[in-house]
Structure formats: structure tokens, C-alpha cells
Design a protein around this ligand. Structure first.
Ligand SMILES: Cc1cc2nc3c(=O)[nH]c(=O)nc-3n(C[C@H](O)[C@H](O)[C@H](O)COP(=O)(O)OP(=O)(O)OC[C@H]3O[C@@H](n4cnc5c(N)ncnc54)[C@H](O)[C@@H]3O)c2cc1C
Length: 480
């Protein structure tokens, strides 16, 4: 039974119902900061028990667009005066070799066209740990967040004469519902049920079949690389290093059959990255990699032995098979919960070591010296890429919309997901702030603009991933 609440009037004064936000991730929190700065009440519902409930370990690269979006919110009138400075101080600025590609087997730097331009401010690559970004965005919002609130959908109050809604309630997994809100913004990531309900099932997230392993090792393991952002690649032309053994090393007997198809799957698929809507930069990506690792060695931290750097390994379908049956939606590893289970550390670490046993010592140290307990599998997903129509159109609801991965989940190629998510937050935050709270037309204007850049980013990320990891999502590919 739903709890009954006294309705409060929906107006655009300070007594208005709060804007309800589902999920306390990056986009939700930045949106909340924008609304807070404009003195608009908010209520955030987060599934996790606390901010540190899951590992927050990986590092985000920030583009010009992403940084501009964050700056526009954190420097907006009404924002905490030191908000931007605090954020900027937490960002690492990596110079050095820039984005260098290293052949995993020879340890030598090679030319590989990635089409990924990473330099943003001052010619440097700007990065920040996801956990740090989240904690900084969260500052001052602590009292507005309700933890352990698993949002499963929403309910509109259609109780006036012309049948337009006067308020919206978030629905929770325990059968209760929230007090009325003036709007509901779904920012709860790739499994968003708000997105499913709002779009009538049009928003889909496909399982690309590709998998990743996230790991971290003490800074000493990265000494051979020097400062910079590195892509370490083993190209598909190289014979796989006994991948059936590798699968077995993951502690999964059933993995063997799929793990032997590695080289066949990972052929030269770059030509396939020519879809009309894919951006031209993606089309120049050339070599499909059997395995690749991206890591970031920052000058500020590289000599501190007490610190660790993270790395992310990505492989085409069939190379990394998770112990829990790779394609079952019920057992999927949430890509945003890279450390969600303490049991996946050691199997993931064993598989990473097995797959890289032929690698050159210059780069193998990253894997050999990893903290096994921190390793985690993750599933590479992409929303609505198969059709290349990007973010689909659904009947607009003036009181409900979606932001971030909930509306455009991307592959890791290009480092676009968080950058696009914060653009959503800044855009929607400004539209709501400019009107002083809920008003007709806000979600429509937001969705119209977001669909353009959101679709372009999904297409770009998909085309890059298709070229780099050999993924091929079709209309009938499994969804999560
Ligand atoms: C290893 C890795 C590396 C990445 N690197 C980059 C990069 O370099 N650059 C980049 O731009 N992007 C990168 N990304 C992508 C980026 O992390 C995501 O795109 C970004 O976090 C999306 O933000 P969001 O606010 O939409 O969702 P999230 O930050 O994932 O937040 C969603 C929140 O909702 C909560 N939640 C989930 N379900 C519910 C529910 N039912 N009810 C309530 N709360 C719920 C979750 O617990 C979470 O707190 C990377 C991702 C991974 C996994």
C-alpha cells in the first residue's frame, strides 16, 4: 500500500514541491547543485546505503564540454563561492607524453590511430577519480539525500480538471512512495526504471558482449611508463595467449568454449565504423585490439608509493568471460558498480594475469602488482546504438525526464559518458533555474537539445568501440 501524503500546492514559489531526483550519481548531484544554487527545493533518492557503499575506484577523463558544464554550475550565482576551486584542485592535469599507445608485447610506443582527442584545458588531459567528483558534488546536499531508496518508477497526480498532472511521486521497491514532487528527474544510471516507464520501453540498453576488468596497482608498478595517459594494446593479429586456460583461471568451467573464439571475433572491423550518423573522427580508428588497457599516470602522484593508480582493461566479445555467465541479464555486472561484489576480485585478477602473461615487463607490472581484491569485471553496454537513431523520441511529460546514463549509456571508448551526463545536468538545471522551478515546456526544451548531442555522443562512442573492440550490436542483441 502506498503511503498517503498531504498534497502541498505546486507553485513556483519557495513553498513549491521539491524536484525529486532518482539516484545520487554524477549527473543527479550536479543537477541538484544547480537547483540548490537557484534556491529550488530538491529531494534525492539513492539506492545505496551510503556514498562509500560501492567501490568508486575508476578515473574519469574530462573533455572541454564536460568541464564547461561543471564550471557553469559550480560558478553560477548562488553557488558556494569556493565550489569550482575545490573541484579544480581535485582534478589531475596530466601532461607528459599525452595519449600514447604502447604495444603490449614489445613494450614499445607505436602509432595507433585512436581519434580520441583528450587534451582539454591548457593542452593537458584533465582527470578526476569518480569517487572524488561525487563527494565534491555532494557537499552541502547531505540533508537532501535519502539513502536505501530504490526507485522503481513514478506516479503522476492527475487530479485537476484538464487532466494535467499537478505533482509526481517516486515509487520505491518497498511499496511506498515519496511525498509529492514538482518534477521527477531519473538519473539512476543504465538500469533506470524511470527511463523505461517514461519512454514506454523505447529507451534500451544493449549488452555489447564485450567485457572489461578494472584493476589498480601501487604507483611503483607504473614507473616504466612515465607521466601520461596510456593505451596499452595487444592487437587482434597476435595469437591469443591460451584463452581457454585464461577462462579456466577465472574459476569458470563454462567459460572455455566462448573464450576460444577470441581472434576470430576480433578482426579488422574498422570499416564497419562508417555508419552515417557516426562522427567522422570515429571512422579513422583502425586496429581492433584483442586486449587494451587505459591508464593515467599523473606527475603529482607518481612518486608517492602509498598511492595506487587504476587501469581499465577492455576486450572484444569472447575474451573476458565473467564467472557468472556473461549474457544473463539477471547476473549482469553493472558497469557503474565496478566493485559491487567482494567475490569478483580474485577471479577477475586471475583472468587479467592469465590474459597478459605474454606481455612485456614494462606493462605487465601493472597487472602483476595489482591489488587482487580490488579487481572487478564490468559489462560494456550501449543504449540504442543498434538503430543509430540515437536517443529515441517519446511522448513528452512536462514533469518527468531523464539524464545521464539513464538516457544515453555509452561504451567506454572516447571517455564520453560522464562528460555527456554533466552536460545534461547543466542544461536541465539552467532551464529549471531560469523559470524558478517547474514550468510547462522545460522537459521538452531539454529533451530536444539533449537528443542532438546525446545521440551524437552515443554514435561516436559506439563507432569507436566497434573499431577498437570489435563489438557489433544489432536490433536483436540482448538488452540488460
Ligand atoms: C571503468 C569506467 C571508466 C569510465 N571512464 C569515463 C571517462 O573517462 N570519461 C567519461 O566521460 N565517462 C567515463 N565513464 C562513464 C561514466 O562513469 C558514466 O557515464 C557516468 O558515471 C554516468 O553518470 P550518471 O549520473 O548517469 O550515473 P551514475 O554516476 O552511474 O549514478 C547513478 C546512481 O544511481 C544509483 N541508482 C541506480 N539504480 C537506482 C535506483 N533504482 N534507485 C535509486 N538509485 C539508483 C546508483 O547507485 C548511482 O549512485 C566510465 C565508466 C566506467 C565504468
Amino acid at each position: 500500500m502506498h503511503q498517503q501524503h498531504q498534497e502541498t500546492p505546486t507553485t513556483t514559489t519557495k513553498t513549491m514541491n521539491p524536484v525529486l531526483i532518482s539516484g545520487a550519481g554524477l549527473s543527479s548531484l550536479l543537477l541538484a547543485r544547480a537547483l540548490r544554487a537557484a534556491n529550488i527545493p530538491i529531494r534525492i533518492y539513492e539506492r545505496d546505503a551510503s556514498v562509500s557503499f560501492r567501490g568508486q575506484g575508476y578515473r574519469l577523463r574530462l573533455s572541454d564540454e564536460g568541464l564547461d558544464a561543471i564550471e557553469s554550475v559550480l560558478k553560477s550565482p548562488g553557488s558556494q563561492p569556493d565550489a569550482w576551486d575545490e573541484f579544480w584542485a581535485a582534478c589531475g592535469q596530466t601532461g607528459g607524453a599525452g595519449f600514447a599507445t604502447i604495444d603490449a608485447l614489445t613494450g614499445e610506443q607505436v602509432k595507433q590511430s585512436t581519434s580520441e582527442s583528450l587534451h582539454s584545458r591548457d593542452g593537458k588531459i584533465i582527470g578526476i577519480a569518480r569517487g572524488d567528483m561525487r563527494r565534491i558534488f555532494m557537499r552541502g546536499l547531505e540533508d537532501d539525500i535519502e539513502w536505501n531508496r530504490h526507485v522503481t518508477g513514478y506516479e503522476l497526480n492527475n487530479n485537476n480538471n484538464d487532466n494535467t498532472a499537478t505533482a509526481v511521486h517516486a515509487l520505491f521497491a518497498d511499496g511506498t512512495r515519496s511525498p509529492p514532487g514538482s518534477m521527477l528527474i531519473g538519473g539512476e544510471g543504465i538500469h533506470s526504471l524511470v527511463a523505461k516507464q517514461l519512454s514506454g520501453g523505447r529507451l534500451k540498453v544493449y549488452d555489447s558482449g564485450a567485457r572489461g576488468i578494472h584493476g589498480q596497482a601501487p604507483t611503483g608498478a607504473f614507473k616504466g611508463l612515465g607521466e601520461g595517459v596510456f593505451r596499452i594494446v595487444e592487437t587482434a593479429a597476435q595469437p591469443p595467449s591460451s584463452s581457454s586456460d585464461a577462462a579456466a583461471a577465472a574459476g569458470n568451467g563454462t567459460a572455455t568454449a566462448t573464450a576460444t573464439t577470441t581472434a576470430a571475433t576480433a578482426t579488422t572491423t574498422a570499416a564497419a565504423a562508417t555508419t552515417a550518423t557516426a562522427t567522422t573522427t570515429a571512422a579513422t580508428a583502425t586496429t581492433t585490439n584483442r586486449l587494451s588497457i587505459i591508464t593515467n599516470v599523473r606527475s603529482r602522484d607518481m612518486h608517492d608509493p602509498s598511492l595506487s593508480f587504476g587501469w581499465t582493461m577492455i576486450a572484444p566479445p569472447g575474451v573476458i568471460t565473467t564467472p557468472d555467465s556473461s549474457s544473463s541479464p539477471a547476473s549482469s555486472t553493472d558497469r557503474n558498480n565496478v566493485s559491487s561484489s567482494s567475490t569478483i576480485g580474485h577471479p577477475a585478477a586471475r583472468l587479467a594475469k592469465q590474459l597478459t602473461q605474454n606481455w612485456h615487463p614494462r606493462v605487465r607490472s601493472l597487472i602483476d602488482e595489482m591489488d587482487d581484491s580490488e579487481a572487478a569485471f564490468w559489462k560494456i553496454t550501449c543504449s540504442n546504438a543498434a538503430q543509430f537513431r540515437g536517443v529515441p523520441v517519446w511522448p513528452n511529460d512536462p514533469r518527468v525526464t531523464v539524464i545521464g546514463d539513464a538516457v544515453h549509456s555509452m561504451t567506454p571508448a572516447g571517455g564520453l559518458g560522464a562528460n555527456t551526463a554533466v552536460r545534461d545536468a547543466a542544461l536541465l538545471g539552467k532551464l529549471i533555474a531560469d523559470r524558478g522551478g517547474f514550468a510547462e515546456g522545460i522537459t521538452e526544451a531539454y529533451e530536444k537539445e539533449m537528443r542532438v548531442y546525446g545521440s551524437a555522443m552515443v554514435a561516436k562512442s559506439y563507432a569507436l568501440a566497434r573499431a577498437q573492440f570489435g563489438i557489433d550490436i544489432r536490433e536483436d542483441s540482448p538488452t540488460i
